[in-house]
Ligand binder design. Structure first.
Ligand code: AMP
Length: 174
């Protein structure tokens, strides 16, 4: 398995969820055992010596990679979710979408001050979702030691919103 093989396992779906969007469907990669394992091992290797204490995954595809990565790094996993899903006391953040606004939440006791946090999502597009997530992490006192994605759509320049953080993506579309 190589990175080029992984790229071939991601399926493009035109006009989903709305007209004009080219959706990167990762379910075709996930159902392939060696491909999924390759992703997790590759990411885990990169962060193995960073003393990650908490992996934060963003709903919902970030949970798939974040959970597996946390287990591999012997770190805890913390979900960042849409509003109204988490049962305990939360802190929340609003952020801009292309059209309108959205919000994310995390349990207020999910991260202790000073903990070393790695944030994970499946895909970086405009960067708004991850930037909002990093605000939540830092509000709880977490130290963001890395930000990682399976896929980066570089032509949307999401990286510019995250330039104060070490950022890595496995597969980049220019
Ligand atoms: P953004 O906040 O613009 O960086 O969007 C990132 C979030 O939207 C991620 O959680 C992605 O799963 C999802 N997303 C955005 N664009 C796409 C796309 N073209 N294909 C698949 N997922 C996408």
């Amino acid at each position: 398995m190589e990175l080029a093989d992984l790229r071939a396992k991601i399926r493009d779906i035109k006009n989903f969820p709305t007209e004009g969007i080219l959706f990167k469907d990762i379910t075709t990669l996930l159902k392939d055992g060696p491909a999924f394992r390759f992703v997790i091992e590759h990411l885990a290797e990169r962060y193995r010596h960073e003393r990650v204490e908490i992996v934060v995954g963003i709903e919902s595809r970030g949970f798939i990679f974040g959970g597996a990565l946390a287990a591999s790094l012997n770190a805890g996993f913390v979900p960042v979710r849409k509003l109204g899903k988490l049962p305990g006391k939360t802190i929340e953040v609003e952020y801009e979408l292309e059209y309108g606004r959205d919000a994310l939440a995390v349990h207020e006791d999910a991260i202790r001050s000073g903990q070393r946090v790695l944030a994970v999502d499946d895909l970086l597009a405009t960067g708004g979702t991850m930037a909002a997530t990093l605000r939540l992490i830092e509000q709880l006192g977490g130290r963001v030691i890395g930000v990682t994605f399976l896929i980066e759509l570089a032509f949307l320049h999401g990286r510019d919103k995250l330039k104060n953080y070490p950022l890595h993506s496995l597969i980049v579309y220019d």
